[in-house]
Design a protein around this ligand. Structure first.
Ligand code: SF4
Length: 196
C-alpha cells in the first residue's frame, strides 16, 4: 500500500484525486484533501469504512506522478555488499578529512530536498551493523539532527542514509558507481555521482 513520503511540503501541482464516480478533488493541503474526499464520498454513498483513507492515498499516489510515495510494507530498495563497501569508503574519507560535518544550514537545505524527492525511500536488507555505524557516525560527526529527520529515509540512487548524508561534505561522498543523470535535476548530491 503506497503512502506519501512527505506531507509537509505540497507537491508541484498540489494533490489531486479522481474517485471511482469520476469526481475530482484538488487541494494544496493533505488534511483538507482527505476531508474533501471523505465529504464527497459520504454524499455520493461511496465507501468510507475501515481503511478508506489509506486506500485513497494509495490511489492518489498512483494518479499523481509528482507525489513522492513509498510502500512501507514492501520497500523496493535493498542494500547490498557494494553499498556496504561504499559506506566504508565514505566513512574512511570522512575521518581522513578531519571528521568535519556540514553546516546546519546546508544540512537543512539538503534535508528539505531529499524529503520531497521520490528517490527518498525506506530500505530493506541493511545489515544491523551498518545501521549501527550510520547512527554512530551521525552522532560522532555532529550530534545534530535536521528538522526533516522524520521524513528522511535512504537514497534510491546510492543507498545512502539521507539522515546521515545531509551532514557529510559532498567531496567525501564521491560515488563512482552512479552518474548524475540517475538523480533528479534538483538533487543536491549530483556532483558526487561521478560515473561517466
Ligand atoms: S537523489 Fe538526491 S535528493 Fe533524491 S534522495 Fe537521493 S540524495 Fe536526496
Amino acid at each position: 500500500m503506497l503512502s506519501p513520503t512527505n506531507t509537509l511540503e505540497t507537491p508541484s501541482g498540489g494533490y489531486t484525486f479522481t474517485d471511482s464516480d469520476g469526481f475530482v478533488t484538488f487541494s494544496s493541503n493533505p488534511t483538507d484533501f482527505i476531508n474533501k474526499i471523505g465529504a464527497h464520498r459520504i454524499t455520493a454513498g461511496l465507501y468510507v469504512g475501515s481503511g478508506w483513507e489509506q486506500e485513497v492515498w494509495h490511489l492518489a499516489c498512483e494518479q499523481n506522478p509528482n507525489l513522492a510515495c513509498h510502500d512501507k510494507e514492501n520497500p523496493t530498495l535493498e542494500a547490498g555488499l557494494e553499498d556496504v563497501r561504499q559506506f566504508g569508503l565514505v566513512t574512511q574519507r570522512f575521518f581522513e578529512n578531519g571528521g568535519k560535518a556540514e553546516s546546519q544550514k546546508e544540512a537543512e537545505r539538503r534535508a528539505s530536498i531529499c524529503a520531497s524527492c521520490p528517490k527518498n525511500q525506506p530500505i530493506a536488507g541493511l545489515c544491523s551493523s551498518c545501521k549501527g555505524w550510520a547512527a554512530w557516525l551521525i552522532q560522532l560527526a555532529s550530534g545534530r539532527h535536521t528538522s526533516r529527520d522524520n521524513d528522511l529515509f535512504y537514497c534510491q540512487v546510492c543507498g545512502c542514509s539521507n539522515k546521515l548524508a545531509t551532514h557529510v561534505p559532498l567531496d567525501v561522498q564521491r560515488d563512482e558507481r552512479h552518474s548524475a543523470s540517475e538523480a533528479p535535476a534538483n538533487c543536491w548530491k549530483r556532483q558526487a555521482f561521478v560515473k561517466t
